[in-house]
Design a protein around this ligand. Structure first.
Ligand SMILES: Nc1nc2c(ncn2[C@@H]2O[C@H](COP(=O)(O)OP(=O)(O)OP(=O)(O)O)[C@@H](O)[C@H]2O)c(=O)[nH]1
Ligand SMILES: [Mg+2]
Length: 334
């Protein structure tokens, strides 16, 4: 299982002070207790790649596969690999529509966007969660920061991404380094600011926003809502099996169009409450070794209740399930 280096405890629930907050999940900016993580995985003929992707998945609240009428047994493979997987059938075409349908079906506090082709490493999920627990609304993956990288991107796509990224930063006052990268995570409370529309009858076509421009729509709408954005270094691997669905010029043009359209489109009429960074609660100190590896099997609530979080916070390596136990213990202690 992947490990999460805990530097922050989950925040207590906070009520939004904003009068015109609306939409699902808008009542509070963060969650009480350990956050539930929903991983949304869009799939179009990814049966051969799912064994690799699922094998690296950390312990999460739910994995949602949003399928776009695959013909290679993607859905059956997903169910066989992970009986608890949630399958969502998108109602139109395109990755953007798949993501909107997946977000709408998610029940977690944190939504993680994860490609199914083996290019995104699920073991990086804790990094994204950590940025969100530290106070970000939106944790944006980047291949162009220290610790990130790619062995998939071509020189042409790198140049195109750079140009579009620069345009986005000029138009929206952002400091993104990797506009066209789809590995991101955000608090579910931010969904109203994204104004995605997964409604409507089944149709074998795309609406505007249903294609690969989805990431640009999310990045720009998050910026327009003035939310807290933090970049997270990420390494992109080569697609393992199958063909890319992205067309460099056609989809690059959709991204450019999205930048212009979003610049003139007003921001969503919602206010998303700030994320309260997790802070340590006062508990009785105990002596702890400099480096403690904690696994789910090792941790009991009684153990956790005695730990001086402030003292060991930087040194404790703990997995996601243990984080949940710790949050319970903190609530019991306070
Ligand atoms: N449900 C659904 N998923 C899609 C659709 N198009 C692409 N995907 C998925 O979205 C993810 C990203 O698509 P890719 O084809 O890998 O495109 P990309 O990663 O942007 O481009 P590459 O760098 O060339 O791989 C993959 O998991 C695809 O299976 C679609 O129309 N519907
Ligand atoms: Mg890909």
């Amino acid at each position: 299982m992947s490990e999460l280096i805990v530097t922050h405890r989950t925040a207590d629930a906070v009520e939004s002070a904003a009068p015109n907050v609306s939409g699902a999940g808008a009542a509070q900016a963060t969650t009480s207790g350990a956050p539930r993580i929903s991983v949304i995985v869009p799939t179009y003929n990814e049966a051969a790649n799912l064994p690799h992707v699922f094998a690296l998945m950390p312990d999460v609240h739910e994995v949602i596969v949003v399928d776009g009428r695959s013909t290679d047994g993607t859905i059956e493979t997903a169910k066989a690999l992970r009986p608890d997987v949630k399958i969502v059938l998108q109602n139109r075409r395109g990755k953007g529509n798949a993501m909107a349908c997946g977000f709408a079906a998610a029940t977690g506090d944190i939504l993680v966007m994860l490609d199914a082709d083996g290019s995104a490493d699920p073991r990086e999920i804790p990094r994204f969660v950590e940025a969100l627990l530290a106070g970000a609304h939106f944790a944006k993956g980047t291949r162009f920061a220290l610790g990130g990288g790619s062995n998939d991107i071509t020189a042409l796509r790198r140049a195109g991404n750079w140009a579009l990224n620069t345009a986005a930063n000029v138009l929206f006052g952002t400091r993104y380094t990797d506009l066209c990268y789809g590995y991101n995570a955000f608090w579910a409370t931010c969904l109203p600011a994204l104004e995605l529309d997964p409604s409507g009858e089944n149709r074998d076509e795309k609406n505007w926003g249903d294609g690969f421009e989805i990431e640009t729509l999310i990045n720009t709408r998050i910026a327009k809502a003035k939310l807290d954005i933090r970049e997270v270094p990420s390494f992109e691997f080569e697609r393992i099996h199958g063909e890319s669905n992205l067309n460099t010029f056609r989809d690059g043009f959709r991204v450019l169009t999205a930048l212009v359209a979003e610049r003139v489109r007003p921001a969503a009429d919602v206010v998303i409450a700030p994320v309260v960074p997790a802070v340590p609660a006062p508990v009785a100190p105990v002596a702890v070794p400099a480096q403690v590896d904690v696994t789910q099997a090792d941790v009991t609530q009684a153990d956790v209740a005695q730990v001086d979080v402030a003292q060991v916070e930087a040194d404790v390596v703990i997995d996601l399930t243990a984080l949940e136990l710790r949050a319970d213990a903190v609530r019991m202690a306070s």
